[in-house]
Design a protein around this ligand. Structure first.
Ligand SMILES: Nc1ncnc2c1ncn2[C@@H]1O[C@H](COP(=O)(O)OP(=O)(O)OP(=O)(O)O)[C@@H](O)[C@H]1O
Ligand SMILES: [Mg+2]
Length: 264
């Protein structure tokens, strides 16, 4: 199984949305995705049609794999769960702090087919949640909303990825091409990152939060929009990485690294 961490240093970058949309699209591509929530706010399930937070999840049960839910699209997802008391929340925070490979081990122990792909949604980096996701990742998909904050936080994030030896690809998100600032940020990011910045810029679309409000998959409810097209392009790229590039993962120097991936 391969693990992809959806990472950004800026809140509201689209991590949870893109985790859910990619999981649905990758399933249509014939992969076996598992969407995992490593964020205590517990929002991922709403993207898959849940109407309220669930009690049991990754954070609070030894048999977390039994807490999986299946969406209407057939995607398996594991919510964070609600640890309940303040003491329980402190306990899980301590566990993540003391054991940086907690999530990595959980994923290694779960009995999933070799061609499965775990997509991990986490809280913004830096945080123990994002660190857990990165420590488990074969690839970090770094989301960069077209805002100055993305430029301001890029250098420390790149340094952390370098130090962790983590392969990564970058994606501009929430792009509004009619806004000069957005196109300026996008041009600056491309000049800084070169080919590591994927060509699929995910455009802003008012239909994205509307689909969330209805508990629907955006790409299924609005398949002909520009943003659905962007997400489908991104899913095709990830599918290609899983089929070809993932073999050149951590510690396997000399393998084929697909266009867009910065090898560790
Ligand atoms: N491409 C988009 N166009 C319009 N709205 C979007 C887009 N992507 C995300 N949103 C909306 O922006 C909000 C934040 O998105 P999301 O929760 O996916 O981001 P996040 O990076 O997970 O945020 P957080 O830092 O809160 O975890 C949501 O209301 C979502 O519907
Ligand atoms: Mg989120």
């Amino acid at each position: 199984m391969k693990t992809i961490a959806l990472i950004s240093a800026v809140g509201g970058a689209g991590r949870t949305t893109i985790t859910a949309e990619l999981a649905s699209l990758l399933r249509w591509h014939g992969h076996a995705p598992l969407a995992i929530e490593c964020d205590p706010r517990g929002l991922l399930g709403f993207h898959f049609g849940l109407h309220e937070p669930v009690r049991q999840g990754l954070s609070n049960t030894a048999d977390w794999a039994a807490c999986g839910h299946r969406s209407d699209d057939g995607v398996l997802f594991v919510p964070w769960g609600e640890p309940g008391t303040r003491a329980a929340r402190a306990d899980i925070a301590m566990r993540m702090h003391e054991d940086p490979h907690w999530l990595r081990r959980l994923l290694q122990d779960v009995d999933l087919p070799g061609d499965a792909v775990a997509l991990v949604d986490s809280a913004p980096w830096p945080s123990p949640f994002a660190e857990q996701a990165l420590a488990a990742a074969d690839l970090a998909l770094v989301l960069l909303p077209s805002l100055p904050e993305s430029c301001a936080t890029l250098a420390p994030l790149r340094q952390a990825l370098d130090e962790g030896g983590i392969a990564r690809a970058y994606v501009v998100t929430r792009l509004q091409p009619g806004r000069q600032l957005h196109t300026d940020v996008s041009v600056l990011l491309r000049a800084t990152l070169g080919d590591a910045l994927l060509p699929y810029e995910v455009h802003e679309d008012a239909g994205v939060p509307e689909a969330l409000a209805r508990g629907e998959c955006f790409c299924r409810s609005t398949p002909h929009s520009q943003t659905a097209h962007d997400l489908q392009g991104l899913a095709s790229w990830v599918s290609g990485w899983l089929l070809n590039g993932a073999r050149a993962g951590k510690g396997q120097a000399g393998g084929h690294v697909p266009r867009g991936v910065v090898a560790p």
